[in-house]
Design a protein around this ligand. Structure first.
Ligand SMILES: Cc1ncc(CN)c(N)n1
Length: 212
């Protein structure tokens, strides 16, 4: 049977729940997240997005031309996102010139390793990474300031539509992919789910001295 994005979500509901529902997000929604937890997330996520942008560049290099429009739209949004992260860091007086924490580093290394994988695997991982933030920031419901701006960035309806297009592109190439490639795509989905969970854990359990 051909694997699809929908089937991956159905077959691995528990892993996906752990990737997208976390006390970090719940405490943002309640307005009680601690500044050092939030700032750790913000700084590490900036470093993540730098590497993610490079990953999407490599996805584009592997993609068929019919998929360029959606991927190029994603890259343009990422350019805006990197500038926005820098603004948010300046407002919070945060220095982005810091080292990656181990969880962030391992996730970034994983994204680099995807370059050697067939396009259907890359497209599946790309979709899963974007869906994790789309659902993660959307599910808790409206957030108070200053977190609403963050929730809106990934939870807005246009981003949901973009993630849907990514799932369609992944499904299209999974349909004709050989069984072992479909298996690799499933593995990549599970690895992304694990890293997403670990990323929230990293920020949530940060110690005061690690935040600056
Ligand atoms: C850890 C993580 N995962 C996903 C996204 C959404 N691009 C993000 N910004 N950071």
């Amino acid at each position: 049977m051909t694997i699809t994005c929908k089937l991956l979500l159905e077959n691995h509901a528990q892993d996906w729940q752990e990737a997208t529902v976390h006390p970090f997000l719940e405490q943002c929604q309640l307005g009680i997240i601690q500044p050092q937890q939030f700032n750790t997330w913000l700084m590490q996520d900036y470093l993540f997005v730098v590497e993610f942008t490079r990953m999407v560049g490599r996805v584009l290099a592997s993609a068929p031309p019919e998929h360029f429009d959606v991927i190029l739209g994603g890259l343009a949004a990422l350019k805006d996102e990197l500038n926005w992260f820098q603004e948010k860091a300046t407002q919070r007086q945060l220095n982005l010139n810091i080292k990656k924490q181990p969880t962030c580093r391992e996730y970034c290394e994983y994204m680099q390793s995807l370059a050697d994988k067939p396009y259907p695997v890359q497209a599946t991982a790309f979709w899963a990474i974007e869906l994790a933030y789309n659902q993660g920031w959307q599910l808790p419901g409206k957030m108070p300031d200053p977190y609403n701006e963050f929730a809106q960035r990934w939870g807005n309806t246009d981003f949901t539509k973009y993630v849907k297009l990514l799932s369609q592109q992944a499904d299209e190439v999974l349909e004709t992919a050989q069984e072992d490639i479909q298996k690799q795509a499933e593995e990549s989905f599970l690895i992304v789910a694990k890293f997403e969970h670990n990323f929230w854990q990293m920020a949530f359990h940060t110690a005061q001295h690690e935040s600056k």
